[in-house]
Design a protein around this ligand. Structure first.
Ligand SMILES: Nc1ncnc2c1ncn2[C@@H]1O[C@H](COP(=O)(O)OP(=O)(O)OP(=O)(O)O)[C@@H](O)[C@H]1O
Ligand SMILES: [Mg+2]
Length: 272
């Protein structure tokens, strides 16, 4: 599907509302002078509020760069990025889970989550309950007092996810957040993130290398070409959302067909 068809298919959707994302002819280059390197683009992409967009593509095609542009941590070399209709401000535009967790190492697990609750403007009296809910959601009950360097890489990543959820931001950006987790925890968190975003109407942009994860989570999947990434395929996912039986969904024929289609598209885009 071409990007112009994408724009048509999202016409009438909420493309400037809270949590929406709009990329117009975005290209990003790293470096200066004659030493520049085009990391991504040109990309045109509109993500209406409430959509769960999954980005897939070969390593180095520019997925993390795109997320950093949307988060406002980088400014595009060309084109424009809009979040909720405005230029994204770093730290404010979105709740972000980076590819490698970035926690405050001198703080405890609890301290890291509390900081996110404070930034989110949650009343201090509600912190203990909210913190307990968030840590339970990512399976980290009882670890609140531990320092972040005392827990495993996968546990650190789960603290980062709890922190992003704490932010209650209408836009969530997640960069391969489950890559370091065991299969069971990963499936549980996938189900959680799917349910939470569906229920709260938050917009999500999620990066993964797994076709399986992409199909389970996405209401839409965008496959990028190899470096510098441009949109190779824009695929709406029409699997049921909301209160669904996750196991049934994963075992359905439609799921298997979509997974095969996405895996094939990723391979073709990387080879093209
Ligand atoms: N800060 C930087 N300075 C220079 N080049 C960079 C920088 N960050 C990324 N790049 C380059 O830009 C390209 C895109 O990188 P990016 O991290 O966005 O890829 P990716 O799709 O997220 O890859 P992966 O799947 O491996 O995480 C790569 O070639 C990378 O080496
Ligand atoms: Mg990356």
């Amino acid at each position: 599907m071409s990007s112009s068809e994408t724009t048509e298919s999202t016409a009438g959707a909420d493309t400037a509302g809270a949590g929406s994302v709009r990329l117009d002819h975005v290209t990003h280059r790293y470096g200066r002078g004659s030493e520049t390197f085009t990391a991504v683009g040109p990309v045109d992409l509109t993500v209406p509020a409430g959509e769960f967009l999954v980005l897939v593509g070969a390593s180095g095609c520019g997925k993390s760069t795109l997320l950093r542009l949307i988060a406002g941590f980088e400014r595009p070399t060309q084109g424009s990025v809009r979040v909720s209709g405005a230029e994204p401000r770093p730290g404010e535009a979105a709740g972000v889970v980076f590819q490698t967790p970035r926690l405050f190492p001198w703080r405890t697990v609890r301290g890291n989550v509390d900081l996110a609750l404070r930034y989110a403007g949650v009343e201090r009296a509600r912190w203990p309950q909210r913190r307990a809910e968030l840590l339970a959601r990512v399976g980290l009950e009882g670890t609140g007092k531990r320092r972040t360097w005392e827990i495993s890489g996968g546990q650190q990543q789960r603290v980062a996810i709890a922190r992003a959820l704490a932010a209650e931001n209408p836009l969530l950006l997640l960069d391969e957040p489950f890559a370091a987790l065991d299969a069971l925890t990963r499936e549980r968190l996938q189900e959680d993130v799917r349910r939470v975003t569906d229920r709260t109407g938050r917009t999500a942009v999620f990066v993964t290398h797994s076709a399986d994860e992409a199909v389970f989570l996405g209401s839409r999947i965008v496959v990028l070409t190899k470096s510098p990434g441009t949109v190779a395929l824009d695929l709406p996912i029409t699997l049921p959302r909301g209160d669904v039986d996750a196991e049934e969904l994963r075992e359905s024929t439609e799921f298997a067909e979509l997974r095969a289609q996405v895996a094939h598209a990723v391979k073709a885009a990387a080879a093209a």
